[in-house]
Design a binder for this molecule. Structure first.
Ligand SMILES: [Zn+2]
Length: 122
């Protein structure tokens, strides 16, 4: 009788352990699922962020280009007969008080100036 009771008790204990283990497994599966959800949402955010980055990089690489090609200003000296691009070595030698700037080739040519070789290259 006594051993039967003991057996029953230990059986109950084992059963409890098994249920406990099952619960723990279910719990860790749930946690795994939660983690997976977090990871996949992070991955989605990462994709969105890299898209944003690409767009930002595209905008950043475009922006300086666009105004540059439009802004090309030409310079000439009041005493010379040729006009230059801003980065031409001749342009850099023009004294500030003798410098005239033009927004387009035409406006420089209208003043009777001729393009320097640096202008012809473009
Ligand atoms: Zn020049």
């Amino acid at each position: 009788m006594l051993s039967d009771k003991n057996l029953r008790k230990s059986f109950e204990r084992v059963k409890k352990d098994i249920i406990g283990l099952q619960n723990r497994i279910l719990d860790s599966e749930k946690r795994y699922e939660d983690l997976w959800n977090i990871i996949s949402s992070l991955m989605e955010k990462d994709i969105e962020l890299s898209k944003d980055l690409e767009q930002t990089a595209a905008i950043a690489s475009e922006k300086p280009k666009a105004p540059k090609s439009k802004k090309v200003t030409y310079v000439a000296s009041k005493t010379a007969k040729k006009f230059h691009l801003l980065d031409c070595p001749f342009a850099k030698q023009i004294l500030p008080n003798k410098k005239i700037t033009f927004k387009s080739k035409d406006s420089a040519m209208n003043k009777g100036l001729k393009p320097c070789d640096c202008v012809k290259k473009y």
